[in-house]
Design a protein around this ligand. Structure first.
Ligand code: SF4
Ligand code: SF4
Length: 337
C-alpha cells in the first residue's frame, strides 16, 4: 500500500484519490455504492466541487457516517465573498459535515491574495478561523497562476493537471511544490480519457512521491482497477517506459485536453469533445462518435461564428477554432470510410 503526505497539511492518504466529478452521471444509488466500496477498500481521499451538481450530495449520502475517517476536498468557483459563503454553507449541508478538510478556489483566473480587493482570501482565513475548513487550496489550469500560488506561501495544496504527457515545466511545478511543501493533487491523470492504461499513468506519477492522483470514477470496473493498485501499486518497468515513450510521440504538441474551460460556445459546439475527436476516434471505440448524435455534434462546427471566445479562454493557448476545423475534416474521412 502506498500512502502520500499532502505537503504541509500533514494529511496522509492512500495514493488513489477518488475524483467525484463523474458520479454526477450515475444515480444516487449507484454513486453511493461506488463511493462506499471505494472507502471499504482503502480509498480515503474524495475530491468534489460545488460545480459538480449533486456530487457533494452523493458523498454525503454514502460517507457521512465515516466522516472522521476520510479526507474531503471541495471547491468554490465564486468570485465574490457573498458567493464564497453561500457555496461553503451549501457544500457543508450537501456533504453532511461541519468541516471541509481542504477548501479550494476552483480555477480562478488570478491567484487570490490578501488585500487584492476581492476579499476572497480573507474569507478563506475567516472560514478557517471558524473551523469550517482546515486547509486552503487552489485548483488551476494556468501554469502562471499555479506557480504564483505556490510561491505566495498562501496555499496548502495545489490541484493541477499532471500525467505522463506532462511537459518539463509541469514536472518542475511538481518539484517546486515539494520544495515549498505544498500538497500536489493531480487532476487529469488520464488526460481526460486519452490515456487508456491506468497502470502506466500510476507508475509514472508514483515517481513523484508528493503527487496524489484523483481518478475520475464512474463505473465499478474502473473502481476495481484502482482498488487493485492499493494492494499492488504499479511500478515503472522497461515495458511501461517504452509504452509511455510511444504515447508521448503520438500525443506530442498541441492537443485538446477536454477540460471545457473554453465553453459555453455561442454556436452550441461541444468543443471539449469535438476539438479532440481525431484522438478519440483513434484511442477509443468509434461507434458512439460516429453515431447520428455524434455526427450532429460534429456538424455544429460548421456553425462556428469565429467569435474567438474559445481561443481566448483556452488555458493551453490552443487555436481552438482551427483545431475544430481540422478535427472536423479528419472526422469526415472516418465517416466516408
Ligand atoms: S470561435 Fe467558434 S467554436 Fe469558438 S466559441 Fe466562438 S463560435 Fe464557438
Ligand atoms: S480547447 Fe482548450 S479549453 Fe477547450 S476543452 Fe480543449 S484544452 Fe480545454
Amino acid at each position: 500500500m502506498e500512502n502520500i503526505t499532502l505537503g504541509r497539511t500533514g494529511i496522509i492518504v492512500n495514493r488513489n484519490g477518488f475524483g467525484a466529478l463523474p458520479v454526477q452521471r450515475v444515480s444516487s444509488e449507484e454513486a453511493a455504492k461506488l463511493l462506499r466500496k471505494a472507502y471499504d477498500n482503502g480509498i480515503n481521499f474524495f475530491d468534489s466541487a460545488r460545480s459538480y451538481t449533486d456530487s457533494e450530495y452523493k458523498i454525503g449520502l454514502a460517507l457521512s457516517d465515516v466522516r472522521n475517517k476520510i479526507i474531503i476536498a471541495t471547491k468554490t468557483p465564486s468570485t465574490t465573498v457573498q458567493g464564497f459563503w453561500q457555496d461553503l454553507e451549501n457544500s457543508l449541508t450537501m456533504l453532511k459535515t461541519d468541516y471541509i478538510d481542504i477548501y479550494q478556489f476552483h480555477n480562478p483566473s488570478f491567484c487570490p491574495k490578501p488585500n487584492d480587493g476581492t476579499g476572497l482570501y480573507e474569507a478563506m482565513l475567516e472560514a478557517k478561523k471558524q473551523g469550517k475548513i482546515h486547509f486552503i487550496g487552489i485548483t488551476n489550469h494556468r501554469l502562471s497562476v499555479a506557480i504564483e500560488a505556490v510561491l505566495s506561501g498562501l496555499y496548502d495544496t495545489l490541484q493541477f493537471p499532471f500525467s505522463y504527457l506532462a511537459h518539463k515545466k509541469e514536472e518542475d511545478l511538481v518539484n517546486l511544490c515539494k520544495e515549498k511543501n505544498v500538497g500536489y493533487i493531480c487532476m487529469k491523470a488520464l488526460s481526460g480519457g486519452l490515456i487508456t492504461r491506468s497502470d502506466a499513468a500510476y507508475a509514472y506519477l508514483s515517481q513523484f512521491d508528493n503527487t496524489l492522483p484523483i481518478w475520475g470514477i464512474q463505473r465499478e470496473n474502473e473502481l476495481d482497477e484502482f482498488i487493485s493498485y492499493i494492494e499492488k501499486p504499479p511500478v515503472m518497468t522497461t515495458e511501461i517506459e517504452k509504452f509511455i515513450e510511444n504515447e508521448r510521440k503520438e500525443l506530442v504538441g498541441e492537443f485538446c485536453r477536454g477540460c471545457g474551460y473554453c465553453m459555453p460556445c455561442p454556436a452550441g459546439i461541444e468543443i471539449n469533445n469535438c476539438a479532440r475527436m481525431s484522438l478519440l476516434l483513434r484511442r477509443s471505440p468509434t461507434e458512439g462518435h460516429l453515431s447520428e448524435e455524434g455526427q450532429a455534434k460534429m456538424k455544429k462546427i460548421e456553425d462556428c461564428i469565429e467569435c474567438g471566445n474559445c481561443k481566448a479562454h483556452c488555458p493551453y493557448g490552443l487555436d481552438t477554432p482551427n483545431l475544430l476545423k481540422k478535427n472536423y475534416e479528419d472526422y469526415k474521412t472516418f465517416l466516408k470510410a
